[in-house]
Design a binder for this molecule. Structure first.
Ligand SMILES: [Zn+2]
Length: 278
């Protein structure tokens, strides 16, 4: 069934587990994620991100996600990740997304607040939920060095939530998007402080490449939504490489890829503790 973040995240926060957002660019990844959720009775968040649209057109992938989310036997949030522009967010809502992440981090704080507040108003009128971000989660391949100045503070989190009315908040505590070059070090003390300051469900981006212990500690300390994409690509790549080496044809290789991605999703759901929570 199609639901919003508000149907799954407060339960996860209170139950000390996290619901995974697994981004998808095609129906192969979509099938892998939905089957993983149904087989493990796990709530799930599935979507695509604005930066992924060159790899999977929104008008093609959205109706497929929507149909599969509605037909699913477990709660499925259809989430538009890192919406960068107002128009694209509205387009996603019209296509049936039940949740939007608005990323106004390139704007000055006041402009970010003004735009996010407007998106919240519109998304809520569609019955959809909104995730915002304060502090900045960078890219794993940047060589900027120490970016702890961009980490979220408890005061920023509180002000941002009050100013925008978001339903969930992505925070920066040391993760980054993409594949890590060096081992990330997460600021769990900061996470605990933010958790104590607000009841709003907290989100961690850049989950691919963290250790099992990082995931478990982050969830224990208050993360209710975990974003995963790169690890699904790596699983698919492993399958395709193996099939190519073994001379396996296109159709069988495609199924093998779906199975490998599904295994990775189940591994993450087990780690996040969402198995059996649907
Ligand atoms: Zn992100």
């Amino acid at each position: 069934m199609l639901v919003t973040l508000n149907d799954v995240l407060p339960k996860a926060r209170d139950g000390h587990y996290a619901v995974g957002l697994f981004n998808t660019t095609d129906t192969d990844m979509l099938q892998a994620v939905i089957e993983a959720a149904e087989e493990t009775r796990s709530p799930v968040i599935i979507g695509t991100a604005e930066v992924l649209l060159p790899y999977g057109e929104l008008q093609l992938i959205a109706p497929a996600i929507l149909a599969r989310a509605k037909a699913a036997s477990v709660p499925v949030v259809m989430h538009y990740d890192h919406g960068l522009t107002f128009d694209r967010c509205i387009e996603a809502l019209k296509l049936g997304f039940s949740s939007i992440m608005f990323d106004g981090s390139i704007h000055e704080y006041s402009e970010n607040i003004a735009q996010t507040r407007e998106i919240v108003k519109i998304a809520h009128s569609f019955g959809a939920s909104v995730e915002g971000e304060i502090g900045h989660v960078g890219n794993a391949d940047s060589d900027d060095g120490d970016d702890s100045a961009l980490y979220t503070t408890p005061k920023q989190a509180l002000d941002y939530i009050a100013d925008t009315g978001v339903d969930a908040l992505a925070i920066a505590i040391g993760t980054a998007h993409g594949a890590y070059k060096k081992k990330p070090k997460l600021d769990f003390v900061r996470l605990q402080e933010i958790r104590q300051a607000t009841e709003t469900p907290l989100v961690l981006h850049g989950g691919s490449g963290l250790t099992d212990l990082d995931f478990k500690t982050a969830i224990k300390d208050g993360i209710a939504k975990m974003n995963i994409f790169t690890d699904l690509c790596l699983a698919g790549e492993r399958a395709m490489k193996k099939c190519s080496e073994e001379g396996i044809g296109y159709l069988a290789a495609r199924n093998c890829k779906v199975e490998e991605i599904k295994k990775e999703v189940i591994k993450k759901m087990t780690l996040f503790g969402s198995v059996g929570k649907a």
